[in-house]
Design a protein around this ligand. Structure first.
Ligand code: IPM
Ligand code: MN
Length: 365
């Protein structure tokens, strides 16, 4: 375990669309929350806009900066119509290259309801939806990206890849996380729900069996299973049952958007993509080009991802300054939302990106 450092370098990739706005908001809040000079933000280019200008979605200087830094903070990437000849989006490639090359095997997506009326589900109270989706982030159906078959314009295939190593490490991450949490809102039970389609596909039956093997080391944590179709019903009908959900890459991608929708949308959904050595933090939303530059995007997902980043670095370096700053940011967001004065538009308010950012900064003190 590393010891506290005099300062921490954050490779900062603002990206496309609303990425620059929400990333700058997070940098403002992080700077306010930490002791002066503790964080050094190294702004580096990347994304679809950079590709259009230079032909590179992830330049070497950016990749090297990400490897050198203590963590990576990302706004968002992607521009409509900027695609590769095979039809896949360039902007997403920035993200996927970092995921696979830095081996960010756990995509951690907290789903938390800050205010009852932010949820489209009726009679939900603050805190009654409080779980974390742990999405395997380096294999599954995404392992085939760029490697699938497209034949004569008649047939296309992608292969679902599930490995024992990949499943063991993401399952262990999920069980360790459940141990650190306080259990599901419904019953306080520390629980990991394995989301799969084991009844139909052997790949998912294998995924489940490896999670069962890992569970043997966690007798204090309950294990639970849900087929991916069924879990979409449970996430709507009984979300308070869930504590931690572990899923293969593609399933995790899909259910994490549903989870975010149940607590107000992707504008309030942070994410951490972490491996043994590196961590990338960004809101779970996209680049929202339709509202880019209008100062109307919610910065909360990226601000909360920034707090997540401080917590992750703080735990790795046993640095109380970062842990304390992370907690202050999380409390400031909670207070801002409870005050009901500066609510972003995606949560039913009228506040601008800069107004929400300032309100969070004011509530830091
Ligand atoms: C996500 C996004 C990404 C994914 C894209 C941007 C590559 O949808 O992080 O959920 O498909 O995983
Ligand atoms: Mn997604």
């Amino acid at each position: 375990m590393a010891i506290p450092k005099p300062k921490y370098e954050i490779a900062t990739i603002e990206g496309d669309g609303i990425g620059p706005e929400v990333c700058q908001s997070a940098v403002t809040v992080l700077t306010h929350a930490c002791p002066p000079g503790l964080l050094a933000f190294a702004h580096v280019p990347g994304g679809a806009g950079h590709y259009v200008r230079t032909g590179q979605v992830l330049p070497d200087e950016t990749y090297d900066a990400c490897r050198r830094a203590d963590a990576i903070l990302h706004g968002a990437a992607g521009m409509p119509g900027v695609t590769y000849p095979d039809g896949t989006e360039v902007g997403n490639d920035l993200h996927l290259r970092l995921r696979f090359r830095l081996d960010l095997f756990a995509n951690v997506r907290p789903i938390y309801l800050y205010q009852g009326d932010f949820s489209p589900l009726k009679s939900r109270e603050a805190g009654s939806i409080d779980y974390v989706i742990v999405r395997e982030n380096t294999e599954g159906l995404y392992a085939s990206r760029g490697g699938g078959v497209v034949l004569r314009g008649e047939v296309a295939t992608d292969t679902l890849v599930v490995t024992r190593h990949g499943t063991e490490r993401v399952a262990r991450f999920a069980f360790d996380l459940a141990r650190k949490r306080h259990g599901a809102p419904l019953d306080g039970q520390r629980r990991v729900t394995v989301c799969d389609k084991a009844n139909i596909l052997r790949t998912y039956a294998f995924f489940r069996s490896v999670c069962d093997d890992v569970h043997r080391d966690y007798p204090d944590v309950a294990i639970d299973y849900a087929y991916v179709d069924a879990i979409t019903v449970h996430m709507v009908k009984r979300p308070d049952f869930y504590d931690v959900i572990v899923a293969e890459n593609m399933f995790g991608d899909i259910i994490s958007d549903l989870g975010a929708a149940t607590v107000g949308g992707l504008g309030i959904a942070p994410s951490a993509e972490v491996g043994d050595e590196f961590g990338l933090f960004q809101g779970a939303h996209g680049s929202a080009p339709d509202i880019a530059g209008m100062n109307v995007a919610s910065p909360l997902a990226t601000i909360l991802s920034g707090a997540f980043m401080l917590r992750w670095i703080g735990e790795r370096h046993e640095d109380p300054r970062l842990l304390e700053a992370a907690a202050r940011i999380e409390r400031a967001v909670q207070t801002t939302l409870a005050q009901r004065r500066y609510i972003p538009r995606d949560l039913g308010g009228m506040a601008s990106c800069t107004e929400v950012t300032q309100a969070v900064c004011d509530n830091l003190n």
